[in-house]
Design a protein around this ligand. Structure first.
Ligand code: GAL
Ligand code: ZN
Length: 694
């Protein structure tokens, strides 16, 4: 079957003559899968209940005839004008009470029964018509849920929210308790008094805000599920997915993953951002981990520039190939673009496409076609899985949402940035990493990193505690364990239920001003002459050098933990900044500030070495990413040079190039390869392949 390769295909934008050329060019570009129909509602149902699928039959048949499979969209992402004219109540409202008008897309209230009814009716027709179509490979529900309409604050949503709250709390007394409504005279006597957190004179109730984020995610998911259930009933053998977005706070990817047959992601690298591959790496790891290592789909990326940033850099030669292979290296079984043919009109006419305005005698078309050929040459990679990482990084949507609420000690704490600050040192050290929610079984990992887990339930705390007691190595950073699920501060304050595990308590938060830094001094580890031996290293006796930190500090009181570093200056000079605590048979490290990247790297290196977490390949040049995928198809080593310079890599084992053109020097025991900047090598470990087939 191979790695799927293709694009969003929007034939309704073009006269039918163009479709024939499309099919021919798809063959030339080695396209195997297209996502079709995403924005076809107005064409497929031009008047209420009057369907026109004949043209789409020709699209499906044409694609099928050309050997291209279809990821068929349910067409519900952008309601047609007749729907919002007949039912203006479908339109979403902002927190200020302002309607969002049609004219763009995704202009529907997620709680609207009218929207859902029309959407479901359309999906029933689609499923009935195409369930048995030979070209159909999978279903694509909606499109990027919550991309534009994340929350709706209309009266329909308000009523839906009240039902959601009734189900969650049962009584208004419990709601009052959960929302701490004794504060500011907010006590409710009836659910009917409750509203969405609309724009208020000052900070709306934080627990209400948090519940609204949870509710709005559920409302979006119910839209997805309403369609998914139709498909599951009428087309049970075809997998169902929807395309998620990276670092997308409205949609909890872990919660959604339970209702998706395959994880699917849209990722738009920013060529102007030197760290774009890092954000991608984190997101790709999350996609893979969400369903336990199952291959996932990169459903959208740009072949070149996008049109929606303020300045849109094209992908320089080789970048698109590199970043596509990165997705595969991190477990993707599909690489698709938005979109196949560049629009002539509309809001995305300056968004790159596989077939650009300038035609096919273009760099983009050539690069895409070449990648298509390359991917098609290694079909056996599909279905293999990334070798199971021994490190994991915890990400929790609930805590993320709560962390970024207003009226906090510092509003500069942003989870994406903080999480990447913890992910980066692992990535740079070449360590493979899963990204998991806190309720996942952690026992298989040697190291678990928990960035800024502000909201922490007793249950999650028990899990983390049990993990360390059983020998795990845990790293937790500041402003963790602060509140419970209702955004109420844990008794005794931070770190709440982690207090005995961490062996400390936090007496006072001391956020730093913008641009301010504070010195951090490593406390020399107690060790025998001659440096720490193996046993000590294993016991976690690593040292931290000195440097600076920013963003945050806090007054830590030790209750069993030992200091690894202290603040060197400022108001907290001399008090602990980083601590370590042996607990059960494991060790937990706590970081009470944001260490500068080099220091964070040193810290992470120490912790992971003590945990016995090794890089995929030792001694790789800076900027080179290495991953392993293995399975029935063999064992593949991916080398990706994200750096600006060519990298000379010698592997301690003979390898076979899986891609033509990678050409390394092979000896009996080594394999040496010069990887240019943006270079990619896919190597097959012949030993493993032999044992796999023998
Ligand atoms: C995605 C969306 C596509 C297209 C693309 C442009 O958000 O799903 O339909 O708009 O962005 O980058
Ligand atoms: Zn609404």
């Amino acid at each position: 079957m191979g790695i799927h390769f293709g694009a969003d295909y929007n034939p309704e934008q073009w006269p039918e003559e163009v479709w024939e050329a499309d099919l021919r060019l798809m063959k030339q570009a080695h396209v195997t899968l297209v996502t079709a129909g995403i924005f076809s509602w107005a064409r497929a149902e031009p008047r209420p209940g009057a369907y026109d699928f004949d043209w789409f039959d020709r699209v499906m048949d044409g694609l099928g005839g050309a050997g291209v499979r279809v990821c068929l969209a349910t067409m519900t992402a952008s309601p047609p004008p007749w729907l919002t004219r007949a039912h203006p109540e479908v339109l979403p409202q902002g927190p200020d009470g302002q309607r969002r008008w049609p004219g763009g897309r995704q202009h529907y209230c997620p709680s609207s029964p009218v929207y859902r009814e029309h959407a479901v009716r359309l999906v029933k027709r689609l499923a009935a018509r195409y369930a048995g179509h030979p070209a159909l490979a999978l279903w694509h529900v909606g499109n990027e849920y919550g991309c534009h309409t994340r929350q709706c604050y209309c009266d329909v949503s308000a009523a839906d929210f009240r039902d959601w709250l009734r189900a969650r709390y049962g009584s208004v007394e419990r709601l009052n308790d959960a929302w701490s409504t004794a504060f500011w005279s907010q006590a409710y006597t009836d659910f009917e008094e409750v509203l969405p957190p609309r724009t208020a004179p000052t900070f709306p109730n934080p627990a209400q805000q948090l519940d609204y984020l949870r509710f709005s995610d559920d409302a979006l998911r119910r839209c997805y599920l309403a369609e998914r259930d139709v498909l599951a009933r009428l087309s049970p053998s075809v997998p169902v997915t929807t395309n998620l977005m990276p670092f997308h706070k409205p949609v909890d990817a872990f919660a959604w993953s339970r209702d998706m047959d395959m994880m699917a992601l849209d990722f738009y690298q920013d060529p102007f951002d030197p760290g774009t591959h890092l954000t991608a790496a984190y997101t790709f790891d999350l996609m893979r981990s969400a369903r336990g290592g199952q291959p996932w789909l990169l459903l959208e990326q740009a072949p070149g520039a996008v049109n929606w940033r303020s300045r849109n850099g094209p992908k320089p030669p080789g970048a698109m190939r590199l970043w596509s292979w990165q997705a595969v290296a991190q477990g993707a079984d599909a690489v698709l673009y938005f979109q196949w043919r560049q629009s002539r009109g509309g809001a995305e006419k300056f968004h790159s496409a596989v077939v650009p305005h300038a035609g096919t005698d273009t760099r983009i078309f050539r690069e895409v076609s070449e990648l298509g050929r390359e991917l098609a040459s290694v079909p056996e990679i599909a279905g293999t899985r990334v070798a199971r990482p021994t490190a994991a990084l915890v990400t929790d949507w609930d805590s993320w949402r709560a962390l970024e609420l207003d009226s906090h000690p510092s509003t500069a704490l942003r989870l994406p940035e903080l999480a990447l600050g913890h992910y980066r040192p692992l990535f740079e050290a070449g360590v493979a990493c899963d990204v998991v929610p806190p309720d996942r079984d952690l026992s298989g990992y040697r190291l678990v990193v928990v960035p800024n887990l502000y909201l922490l339930t007793e249950r999650a705390a028990e899990r983390l505690t049990a993990y360390v007691r059983g020998g795990g190595h845990l790293l937790v950073s500041f402003f963790s364990g602060v509140v419970d699920a209702c955004d109420r501060v844990h008794p005794g304050g931070c770190p709440g239920p982690l207090r005995s595990l961490l062996g400390l308590r936090v007496e006072e938060f001391w956020p730093l001003d913008e641009g301010a830094t504070v010195g951090v001094r490593g406390v020399a580890a107690v060790r025998r002459p001659g440096g720490p031996g193996r046993a000590e290293a294993a016991a976690g006796a690593w040292e931290l050098p000195s440097g600076t930190a920013d963003l945050w500090s806090e007054a830590i009181l030790l209750e069993g933990a030992e200091p690894v570093a202290r603040f060197a200056d400022g108001e907290l000079a001399g008090s602990p900044a980083v601590t370590r605590h042996g607990y059960g048979t494991g060790t937990v490290t706590y970081v009470g500030t944001r260490l500068e990247p080099a220091l964070m790297r040193a810290l992470m290196d120490g912790v992971r070495a003590a945990a016995g977490v090794r890089p995929v390949l030792a001694g790789l040049p800076e900027g080179v990413q290495a991953t392993v995928r293995e399975g029935d198809g063999g064992r593949f080593l991916f080398l990706l040079n994200h750096g600006a310079r060519a990298a000379d890599i010698t592997l301690p084992c003979p390898m076979a190039d899986a891609l033509a053109g990678a050409r390394g020097e092979r000896s009996e025991h080594t394999y040496r390869i010069a990887l240019p900047a943006r270079g990619v090598a896919v190597l097959k470990d012949p030993r493993r392949a032999v044992s796999a087939s023998g």
